[in-house]
Design a protein. Structure first.
Length: 97
């Protein structure tokens, strides 16, 4: 039996072409051209080894039910999520405030 392994490609933001990176897109196209996840990704700055910052932002928005859910979440709930810590949780809460 042949064993196949699937390697999932997980590009880091630095691996993306400049015109697909959230910060660069915001500079030339403006904030209205970005998705909510991309705007959140700019606040978060970096992801984890297993997840780029855009995927992390998408996951957080899904898990909390959007920006309104992030606003309702308390500090400890945010910090408990994979890849989050006090600094990122504080950045999110400050931006929403």
């Amino acid at each position: 039996m042949e064993r196949t392994s699937t390697i999932e490609y997980r590009p880091m933001i630095r691996d993306l072409p400049n015109d697909l990176r959230p910060r660069e897109r915001m500079l030339y196209a403006g904030p209205s051209a970005l998705s909510t996840a991309e705007l959140l990704a700019i606040l978060l700055r970096v992801g984890t080894k297993s997840e780029n910052v855009i995927r992390m932002a998408e996951r957080l928005l899904t898990e909390f039910g959007g920006v309104a859910g992030l606003a309702r979440a308390n500090f400890d709930e945010l910090c408990a999520k994979h890849g989050m810590g006090e600094a990122k949780a504080t950045q999110i809460k400050a931006a929403i405030e």
